[in-house]
Ligand binder design. Structure first.
Ligand SMILES: C[S@@+](CC[C@H](N)C(=O)[O-])C[C@H]1O[C@@H](n2cnc3c(N)ncnc32)[C@H](O)[C@@H]1O
Length: 289
C-alpha cells in the first residue's frame, strides 16, 4: 500500500472511532510523525511529506502491521498517546506509557500556561534560582522550563507514582544533572527536602472524587482525582507554602475553575488567577503577603 493510501485509510478508521474530523486528522498526523512509526519506517513523517515526496512510496508489511495494531488498540478506546507512548507538550515529545500500571497523565495544552508564566517570572529573577515541581507526572513541566531558561540553579521534581517514566524523559533530554527527581508525595516534602524555593510549580490532582469523567477512564486515577471537592492536595500545598517558599517567591499552580473562590479567600497570600484559552480560570499565581 502506498503511504498516501495508508494515510487516508488510517484517517477514515480513526474518524469512525472518534466521530470527530479535526481530532481524527490530528491523531493521524501524530501516528505518522511518531517515534513508533519511525522505529518501523526509519523516520517520522510530517503531513507535507506524506502528501509530497513520500506519497507514492510503498509501505512494507511490518509497517502496515504496526499501523493496523495501532488502529485495533484505538478502537478499544485507548488514547493515541498511550498507544504510541508519546505525547507532545510545549513542542517536546514525552514518554507517557509503559504498561497499564505504569503510565502518567497525558500532558494537556492548558498546562503549558504554567511554563509560559514561569518564563515570564524567572526573567525578572536573579540568576541561580531554585525550583520545585510538585506532582511532576511525565516531568513535562521541569523539562520544558529547563530547555527554555538560563537562570535555574536547582530543579527538584517530585511524584510518588511516576518515577520510572519521569526518569526516562529526563534521561531522553540528558537532563540527569539538572533535575533532581524524588519518588515522594507532597506529604514528604518537609521531611525529605529541607529547602526553600524561588518558584514552585504544581499541577496536582484536582478533579472532585465524585465527579468522575468517563473520557478519562484510561488515565491514572491518582493523577486526576482528589478528596475535599478536589482541593485535598491544593490545601496541603497552601499549608506548607510559607515553609518552602522564599521571600518574594511565587507558586504557579493549575486549578479547577471551581477553586477560584477558595483561593481568593485565602488570608496571608496574594492570589492572581489567569484564564485558559477556553476562558476558564486555570492558573493561580500565589505569593506570601
Ligand atoms: C494532574 S497530574 C499532572 C502531571 C504533570 N505535572 C502534568 O502536568 O502533566 C497530577 C500528578 O500528581 C501526582 N500525585 C498524586 N498524588 C500525589 C501526591 N500525594 N503528591 C505529589 N504528587 C501526587 C500524580 O501521580 C500525577 O502525576
Amino acid at each position: 500500500m502506498k503511504i498516501i493510501e495508508s494515510y487516508f485509510h488510517i484517517l477514515n478508521q480513526i474518524k469512525l472511532i472518534t466521530n470527530d474530523k479535526i481530532e481524527s486528522e490530528a491523531e493521524t498526523s501524530l501516528i505518522f510523525s511518531s517515534r513508533l512509526f519511525q522505529e518501523y519506517f526509519g523516520q517520522r513523517l510530517e503531513k507535507e511529506e506524506i502528501f509530497g515526496k513520500f506519497s507514492d512510496y510503498d509501505l512494507e508489511g511490518n509497517v502496515l502491521t504496526i499501523l493496523n495494531s495501532i488502529i485495533r488498540k484505538r478502537s478499544n478506546g485507548i488514547p493515541i498517546q498511550y498507544i504510541l507512548d508519546e505525547a507532545w507538550f510545549y513542542g517536546y515529545s514525552f514518554h507517557v506509557y509503559k504498561n497499564d500500571s505504569i503510565k502518567t497523565l497525558i500532558p494537556r495544552n492548558e498546562t503549558e500556561f504554567i511554563v509560559e508564566k514561569f518564563i515570564e517570572h524567572s526573567n525578572r529573577k536573579p540568576k541561580n534560582i531554585s525550583v520545585i515541581d510538585i506532582g511532576t507526572g511525565s516531568c513535562c513541566i521541569p523539562i520544558s522550563i529547563i530547555l527554555n531558561s538560563s537562570n535555574i540553579n536547582s530543579f527538584d521534581a517530585i511524584d510518588p507514582h511516576t518515577f520510572e517514566i519521569a526518569k526516562k524523559n529526563i534521561s531522553s533530554y540528558k537532563l540527569e544533572g539538572r533535575i533532581n527527581l524524588y519518588n515522594i508525595g507532597i506529604e514528604g516534602i518537609l521531611s525529605t527536602l529541607n529547602k526553600k524555593y524561588d518558584i514552585i510549580t504544581a499541577n496536582l490532582p484536582y478533579i472532585p472524587e465524585d465527579k468522575k469523567i468517563k473520557e478519562l477512564n484510561f488515565e491514572p486515577y491518582e493523577a486526576l482525582y482528589a478528596k475535599d471537592d478536589g482541593l485535598h492536595y491544593i490545601k496541603m500545598l497552601i499549608g506548607i507554602l510559607p515553609v518552602i517558599i522564599k521571600k518574594n517567591g511565587i507558586a504557579l499552580i493549575e486549578i479547577d475553575p471551581n477553586h477560584t473562590d477558595y483561593l481568593n479567600d485565602l488570608k496571608n497570600f496574594n492570589v492572581s488567577i489567569f484564564k485558559d484559552l477556553n476562558n476558564l480560570d486555570r492558573i493561580a499565581e500565589i505569593k506570601i503577603r
